[in-house]
Design a protein around this ligand. Structure first.
Ligand code: ADE
Length: 241
């Protein structure tokens, strides 16, 4: 997958994607991330990227020309004539979910547009943007952190990025359930014991214990998710008790 990010702070995003799992996966060329400085496409003396809003009011709006030019510079380099998903990070968008991450992980290329100030001119959204996505109901100073959050969630789903692919099938939000609790050594610490099933070596019992703990965690912490989770008739019976 080729990821392109249009931003006023490419150095910030480069830093974020230079550590740990993401760095190793980039080094192995499992995907690429290229950050493009929108200001490089400004063609006035001051390299300005924003202007006052028509109609008045506070704040500045990012002007269309440098964004259109940066976007077409990226799309020109990408093969095929299918419209490339262009995601605008905005608190007005649909809320990002694990399901969206799974769907976006299947794309061959993605473009993220990070806004600043009051956001971008509406004509950018109308012409270039395919998806407006928010990472939650709060407002940040810019789209860089949301883009980083989404990209992290997407690229870890690309085969080979995580060592153990099973790990994302078990984790929270896969199947609309939260993940079961984890334990490691020592088997007892300050009087707190690891559940004996996990020490039993019986893989079927462990699987069942984890499944039940997963349902229990979801029931207690996120009852809103329970309606969507697929439970067997036996599991539904357990819950009714
Ligand atoms: N830009 C500012 N706030 C945001 C949010 N909550 N999600 C996505 N982009 C944003």
């Amino acid at each position: 997958m080729k990821i392109h990010i249009l931003t006023l702070f490419p150095e910030l995003l480069e830093q974020i994607f230079s550590y740990s799992i993401i760095k190793r996966a980039r080094d192995k060329e499992l995907f690429s991330i290229n950050c493009h400085q929108i200001r490089d496409y400004a063609n006035d003396r001051h390299r300005s990227v924003d202007d006052y809003p028509y109609g008045g009011g506070g704040g500045m709006v990012m002007t269309p020309p440098p964004i259109f030019d940066a976007h077409s510079n990226v799309t020109r380099q990408l093969p095929g004539d299918r419209k490339i998903r262009t995601i605008y990070c905005t608190p007005k968008g649909n809320t990002f979910t694990q399901k969206m991450a799974v769907e976006l992980a299947c794309e061959e290329a993605l473009i993220f547009l990070c806004g600043h100030y009051e956001g971008v001119d509406q004509r950018v959204i109308d012409s270039l943007v395919t998806d407006e996505i928010s990472i939650g109901d709060y407002v940040l100073t810019g789209g860089e952190l949301p883009a980083a959050v989404m990209i992290d969630a997407i690229v870890r789903l690309i085969p080979g990025v995580l060592k153990d692919e099973q790990s994302y099938m078990d984790e929270s939000h896969y199947n609309d359930l939260l993940e079961y609790p984890h334990y490691t050594r020592p088997p007892e610490y300050r009087g707190m014991k690891v559940p004996h099933t996990l020490l039993s070596g019986n893989h079927e019992h462990i699987r069942q214990w984890r499944r039940w703990e997963s349902i229990r965690e979801t029931w207690q912490k996120r009852p809103d998710l329970m309606a969507k989770a697929e439970l067997s008739p036996k599991e539904l019976q357990w819950l009714e008790k």
